[in-house]
Design a protein around this ligand. Structure first.
Ligand code: ADP
Length: 461
């Protein structure tokens, strides 16, 4: 009310002063009432002009970009400009706060591993994050306000979008045909408008694992079914036919072979499951390599039964940090493969080599049939065989190299395979220096011990 009071006061004061000025002039001019009237009118007019000037300053500010301060004028115009400016600044602050919240919200969605697209009620893209842009080959800026069906033209996607039935997700290949996508849609919006939210999830790994799991189950079933069928046949034969003693012995021997095959398979499957399910071997549990190599060598001699020339390293005087049973099974698997696949008269070597700071390798090298280059990358896959019948005939399960790879990786190393058809193969277990030490080193794990290994030469027997 202060502006009203000041205004009334000014009006009274202005009219009074104007009237008195008029009366004074009129007194001189002997027309006092007229002069008073003119004076008051003049005063009111002047006040009106002053008011108009202040109003104009306010209007000019309002017509501008409203960025600066509102004009500091008195009276009602001052009150008005103050209130307007305050309201405006409050709005701006609110708008800024909401803008920041929206930005945070979009940043959070941007960080999501899932693709997110927001569509308006015309199915035009309002916003999409970079993951969705990658999934659907979109450009988040350029494709804004484009109708999504003009850009993502997979018939399955278009009909899913138009169906309005989004209970089940849609399975889709992305534009490059590589990734498997799972797409989900939801309607949202207020006051009858129908906007859509599209969520996309890259399920390529999940699908691959699922397909590997299916292949694995199929392979295991196949591997077990074959000896089981053979066994069932023999049992039927024995039950229905009167066999001679010699025939009976032969059938029993064949049955025993099939049983052993199943036992090896189940044993290897259990080993694999154990390797995958257990933590990495401790880096401070040291195993002596020499007795281990001696054992592998003795087993290989027994398996070969004099059919091959075997040259085995046994003197390493080194220790390896890891699990003895695992390392033994890895080297034994490689030796067993070499003996089984190398024809009679062939040469098989078990080598040990120190590689300084790079660690050391245990290699099994043969001059057997070798393996064609295209098979090499797949050799460590479960049940992958170059020659299936040869593998089965010699008691192979198709899991040996898979186990070897797992073991060496768990010990921080890697399996390297070199082979050439007709020339032979080399399977190398590369162990890191941090897991090796000399046999006379202190009992506790010492990561610095390997430094002492640098520069030592080949110690193969
Ligand atoms: P398997 O039980 O069949 O031997 P592995 O996983 O040990 O299974 O080996 C996979 C395949 O690699 C074998 O089926 C065989 O074809 C090939 N292979 C492995 N070692 C040798 C080798 N020393 N010489 C030639 N081929 C080999």
């Amino acid at each position: 009310m202060s502006w009203l009071l000041s205004r009334v006061l000014m009006l009274v004061l202005g009219t009074g002063i104007g009237g008195w000025l008029g009366w004074w002039l009129g007194h001189w001019m002997l027309a006092a009432p007229l002069a008073s009237g003119i004076g008051a009118g003049l005063a009111v007019g002047l006040m009106g002009l002053w008011d108009a000037a202040r109003a104009r300053r306010l209007v000019n500010w309002l017509r501008g970009d409203l960025s600066g301060e509102a004009p500091r004028v008195g009276g009602i115009w001052g009150e008005l400009s103050y209130r307007m400016e305050r309201g405006l600044r409050d709005r701006e602050r609110l708008y800024e706060r909401e803008r920041q919240q929206l930005e945070q919200f979009l940043l959070a969605i941007e960080a999501s591993p899932n693709g997110v697209i927001l569509l308006d009620d015309q199915d035009q893209i309002q916003w999409c994050n970079t993951v969705a842009a990658d999934h659907f080959q979109l450009d988040p800026q350029r494709d804004k306000l484009q109708r999504i069906t003009n850009l993502v033209r997979f018939p399955a996607f278009v009909s899913y979008l138009q169906s309005g039935q989004y209970n089940q997700p849609l399975a889709l290949h992305n534009a490059r045909g590589k990734a498997h996508l799972q797409v989900l849609m939801r309607d949202y919006g207020v006051a009858g408008e129908c906007r859509r939210l599209i969520l996309s999830l890259d399920v390529t790994d999940r699908e691959r694992n699922e397909s590997m799991r299916r292949d694995f189950v199929a392979n295991v079933s196949h591997e077990i079914r074959t000896p089981l069928t053979v066994l069932a046949g023999f049992i039927e034969t024995m039950a229905s036919l009167n066999l001679t003693e010699a025939e009976r012995k032969r059938v029993l021997h064949l049955m025993q072979q099939q049983t052993q095959r199943m036992q090896s398979l189940v044993g290897d499957l259990l080993t694999l499951a154990q390797l995958e399910g257990s933590p990495r071997p401790p880096a401070d549990h040291w195993i002596a390599l020499d007795p281990l190599l001696t054992r592998v060598s003795a087993d290989a001699h027994a398996l070969s039964a004099g059919r091959h020339e075997l040259v085995c390293a046994r003197q390493t005087q080194m220790e390896l940090a890891g699990v003895e049973a695992e390392v033994l099974s890895a080297i034994a698997n490689l030796m067993s493969n070499a003996v089984r696949y190398t024809p009679e008269g062939g040469r098989i070597e078990l080598q040990w080599r120190l590689l300084g700071e790079k660690g050391a390798e245990i290699a099994v090298i043969d001059n057997g049939p070798g393996i064609a280059r295209e098979h090499l990358p797949r050799l460590t896959e479960r049940f992958y065989r170059v020659d299936g019948s040869r593998s089965r005939d010699t008691g192979g399960t198709g899991l040996g190299l898979s186990i070897v790879k797992h073991v060496v990786q768990r010990h921080g190393g890697e399996l390297r395979i070199e082979s050439e058809p007709g020339k032979g193969s080399a399977f190398r277990l590369m162990f890191p220096a941090t897991r090796l030490r000399q046999a006379d080193a202190p009992a506790m794990g010492d990561e610095s011990a390997p430094a002492a290994l640098a520069g030592r030469d080949d110690e193969a027997a």
